[in-house]
Design a protein around this ligand. Structure first.
Ligand code: ADP
Length: 473
């Protein structure tokens, strides 16, 4: 139980961050300690040498004034002045001891080790270990003009004590700094990682409940974590919109499929219950064919829209001559237009081309013209135009029909959406969704300008032809 908790903690990002933080803190403290220690011991050692040097000069002066006896006299007089804390020795040639004054201290050193000092330089320093090995003796040796050697020394006790004290104080400071760093670091990482924990909770909520209703609270600071939380909220918003749209589309599809399928069933049931009448059977079969045709068209259009929207629609791009394409589409609807007494006109420059899949572009124009004729009044007018703009080709289908109410305008591009006033007309509510999906698959735009009762103008903007060669449609 405890070990699994520990393992979980060990793997936590905050724990590792804190560990790194502490390692860096310890390393920095060690560097700081070493630097301070080296500086301090260097300066203490220099000070010791300075003191010994000054003392050496005093003894040298005494010795030069009165020789060995003068030096002994001075020592006898200065008993108790603190001078006895120095080791003083006069050595003749071959290191023979002529005078010796030993300080009254416990940390004595073995006089035999003086043998190790070589009298080869006019002035030299030597360090000899004291007998208890805790401290050292620092000894300066100077060649005197009469050929003898003057040696003055002092223990490094004060220096060692100071450095030991420094080590102790610094050790405590480091321990306290590490503990404070650990506590402060874990508090800081805990605080800094709060948005990440909220993000994890948000994701878990989405995974366990399947709902996109929760949002991550945003902090006032606009740092990277707040930006991440904001992006996550935007993603949730977008996803819930998409899912809502998908659900609505699915509901609509189910709803719209029910009617033709129910009709199909009723037709079949009626035919089965009717007396054996060949004419009636034929009529029932023809009705069933019509309904299944409607269902098939609906499903294949829905699949086309989905493919175009996700970029899976295969576009056989070619250079399309727009004048030819528009006149073919008008020809297709010639009888429908004549039937309603609608005058269809076109204004397209003969040489105007664009790069598109000719079949798909024809489908776009067919849908737009079909709508224009459907929603234009009897004896109305429909106009198809196309013109070149810099790097674009703009195609418009304009009618003087019933127009679209402002509140319906944003919805007409949705799958299966049909305007309230359009329900009396034939249609599946998929025409404009297909137009938009196909045009956008061509990297174009589909837009509308319309007013209720004031007619509508649908505009399709496509990238201009790049090759310049017209293959026709
Ligand atoms: P539908 O099969 O209903 O025509 P569309 O997707 O082609 O489906 O169009 C969606 C809705 O947009 C229509 O139901 C209608 O309300 C509106 N609409 C489309 N074209 C026109 C137009 N030319 N004039 C008026 N309303 C239109």
């Amino acid at each position: 139980m405890f070990s699994s908790w520990l393992e979980e903690k060990r793997q936590a990002f905050g724990y590792r961050l804190n560990l790194w933080f502490t390692v860096v803190l310890v390393l920095l403290s060690a560097i700081l300690f070493l630097t301070a220690y080296l500086l301090l011991s260097g300066s203490v050692r220099a000070e010791d040498r300075e003191v010994i040097r000054a003392q050496l000069e005093v003894y040298r002066a005494w010795y030069q004034d009165g020789g060995l006896s003068g030096l002994s006299d001075h020592f006898a007089q200065s008993q108790g002045s603190g001078k006895e804390s120095f080791f003083v020795r006069i050595a003749g040639p071959e290191n023979a001891g002529l005078f010796l004054s030993l300080p009254n201290q416990s940390d004595e050193f073995d006089l035999a080790t003086l043998e190790n000092i070589e009298f080869d330089k006019p002035f030299s320093w030597a360090t000899l270990p004291a007998q208890n090995r805790r401290v050292n003796w620092l000894i300066a040796t100077m060649h005197l003009p009469d050929g003898d050697w003057l040696q003055v020394g002092k223990t490094t006790e004060a220096q060692t004590a100071l450095l030991a004290h420094f080590q102790l104080v610094f050790g405590w400071v480091v321990i306290i700094a590490i503990l404070a760093g650990l506590a402060g670091g874990s508090w800081l990482t805990h605080r800094a990682l709060a948005p990440i924990r909220q993000l994890i909770a948000g994701v878990q909520h989405v995974i366990t409940t399947g709902k996109f209703d929760q949002r991550i609270p945003l902090r006032p600071a606009n740092d990277e974590l707040t930006q991440l939380a904001r992006l996550f909220n935007q993603m949730l918003e977008k996803n819930s919109g998409l899912i809502r749209g998908m659900r609505e589309a699915l509901d609509n599809v189910a709803h719209d499929l029910r009617t033709p399928l129910a009709r199909l069933r009723v037709t079949a049931e009626n035919a089965l219950q009717a007396p054996d009448d060949a004419v009636m059977f034929r009529e029932a079969l023809s009705d069933s064919l019509e309904e299944s045709e409607r269902v098939l068209t609906m499903l294949s259009t829905l699949m086309d829209i989905s493919e175009a929207e996700v970029g899976l629609m295969k576009l056989e791009r070619a250079t399309v001559n727009l004048a030819e394409l528009v006149s073919t589409v008008i020809e297709l609807y010639q009888f429908v237009a004549e039937d309603k007494g609608i005058k269809v006109t076109m204004r397209v420059p003969e040489a105007l081309t664009c790069s598109a899949d000719p079949n798909r572009l024809r489908q776009v124009l067919v849908n737009l013209l079909d709508n224009a004729l459907k929603y234009a009044p009897k004896g109305g007018a429909v106009e198809l135009t196309a013109e070149a703009r810099p790097r674009e080709v703009v195609i418009q289908v304009k009618d003087n029909g019933m127009g679209i109410a402002p509140e319906e305008l944003p919805r007409i591009w949705e799958r299966l959406y049909r305007g309230d006033k359009s329900r009396t007309q034939r249609g599946l509510g998929l025409g404009l969704s297909l137009v938009k999906a196909v045009v956008e698959a061509h990297q174009g735009r589909a837009e509308v300008v319309s007013q209720a009762g004031g007619g509508s103008t649908f505009t399709v903007t496509l990238p201009a032809n790049t090759s310049g060669e017209s293959k026709g449609i």
